[in-house]
Design a protein around this ligand. Structure first.
Ligand SMILES: [Ca+2]
Length: 470
């Protein structure tokens, strides 16, 4: 009402006509609302230079994005596979609320989620132009309620990207890896970045939310040959593995991580291909990083460079032999930890935040940063206070859920896991960042276990009666 009154007054003044004509010239929203460039990367673990967890990582462009925003060094997904993670993030609800734990079903096919509002659908309600290309939802699915405009190839991967090299045993052909000789311009992520770059050259008359979902380093680990040639295999090291690591795991852990899709860890060891897979993963990460750099350059050259929030994240982590596991599907650090960078115009540059945060926070955080009204029922907590001060007090842990009733709680120092059958794991990240020593039966840690179990129960209880928001 207030706004309407003000507008009515303004309409009568010459100043209004002056301002209005200025807006037309610059084609920029002058209402102070930020644009959002939302970069989703598939299966990218923490092998990212700025995270300083792997000295072999080469990601100069993601690093430069981190230098202009806040890098979260202890960020976690809510589910360690694509569909439930992305559904959780886009709906702002935990997997235990959506009931979506695996790569099927699509949330709109589930009655209780059918009419749920997604993050970008909510922005669309406030007159944001919402655009997407590549993989935002699992399977690069198109959701017309979430985005008003899609890139030219929604739901598709380049046919070339599906080329099989027979580098792996045939039942696991999705897991192929190796250099590709066709030009970079023909790779799907290059094309998605190009489409997004074209959008940034256009004139928008209202704020935009541009979502770009890169597919690599998801398997198959194919990237242009130059990204392999620039990093000879001798540069790479295998991750450290403790052969007795699994001796202290409950059966529920072993059952949960059983995954028929990748080749077995023994195959990577015995075939001698482990180091080749490591090289291929790094090559794919650097190739995707290059696409991120192209996007950043295009944004910087556009009229939107000073008024655009940039968010970069991965949907979950990835094992490449650590804990004798491959892919994701575990409740351990390698599966749950994700890179997360948020850059806000005029905000902190080069901040590092070690507080445990969740991808679930993106929905309420972006609402707050863009001045949208709070949406009732979101289960994540805005991290705006950490963007203002990365060392601000933060009492919340990060939860990850895989299949019904199995949860992990990551605090600043510990990871506590409780499986559906009640069995537990506890890791002290200060002393054991590789999570080799399960302290669940260590009586010295009883208080820590109770504290983390209570945090888990409290959060699950809070969310118990949550109804997806419509
Ligand atoms: Ca162990």
């Amino acid at each position: 009402m207030k706004m309407r009154f003000k507008l009515r007054g303004l309409l009568l003044t010459p100043l209004f006509f002056f301002c209005f004509s200025l807006q037309q010239v610059h084609s920029k929203p002058d209402n102070g609302r930020h644009n959002v460039l939302f970069i989703a990367i598939d299966d990218l673990n923490d092998w990212v230079g700025c995270l300083k967890t792997n000295s072999q990582a080469r990601t100069p462009n993601i690093d430069r994005l981190a230098s202009r925003g806040v890098l979260f060094t202890n960020a976690h997904c809510q589910a360690p596979i694509c569909n439930p993670s992305r559904t959780s993030l886009m709906l702002g609800l935990r997997p235990s609320t959506t009931g979506i734990y695996l790569n099927r079903p699509w949330f709109r096919n589930v009655p209780k989620n059918k009419n749920s509002i997604t993050l970008t659908q909510y922005f669309g309600k406030f007159d944001y132009e919402t655009l997407a290309t590549g993989k935002i939802f699992h399977g690069s699915r198109v959701d017309e309620l979430s985005f008003k405009r899609y890139g030219p190839r929604p739901g598709q991967m380049s046919g070339l990207d599906k080329k099989v090299q027979k580098n792996v045993p045939s039942p696991t052909k999705l897991w192929d890896f190796g250099p590709q000789n066709y030009s970079e311009e023909k790779h799907s992520d290059y094309k998605d970045a190009s489409w997004a770059i074209d959008q940034l050259k256009k004139e928008f008359t209202k704020p935009f939310f541009l979502a770009v979902g890169f597919y690599r380093p998801h398997v198959p680990l194919f990237a242009p040959v130059k990204y392999f040639n620039s990093r000879p295999i001798s540069e790479f090291k295998l991750p450290e593995v403790n052969n007795k690591d699994r001796d202290d795991l409950p059966n529920a852990a072993i059952q949960l991580i059983a995954n028929p899709t990748p080749p077995k860890h023994e195959w990577f060891v015995e075939s001698g291909k482990w180091i080749e897979a490591i090289q291929a993963y790094h090559a794919c990460v650097t190739y995707t990083d290059h696409q991120v750099g192209r996007l950043l350059d295009a944004l910087d050259a556009s009229p939107y460079s000073k008024n655009t929030i940039i968010v970069l994240f991965s949907d979950h982590g990835f094992h490449l032999g650590e804990k004798q596991s491959w892919a994701k599907r575990s409740l351990w650090e390698r599966s749950t930890k994700v890179p997360l960078i948020i850059s806000v115009p005029g905000g902190i540059k080069g901040g590092r935040c070690s507080r445990p945060v969740e991808l679930l926070s993106l929905f309420p955080t972006l609402n707050e940063l863009c001045g949208l009204p709070k949406l009732q029922g979101l289960e994540g907590i805005s991290v705006k206070s950490l963007l203002d001060d990365p060392d601000a007090e933060w009492t919340f842990p990060a939860l990850t859920t895989f299949k019904e009733g199995n949860h992990s709680v990551r605090s600043e120092r510990f990871r506590y896991i409780r499986y559906a059958d009640g069995s537990e794991e506890l890791y002290d990240h200060l002393k054991d960042p590789k999570e080799w020593v399960n302290l669940a039966s260590n009586t010295d840690h009883k208080a820590v276990i109770i504290n983390h179990a209570n945090m888990l129960d409290r959060i699950l209880k809070q969310n118990e009666n949550q109804i997806p928001h419509e």
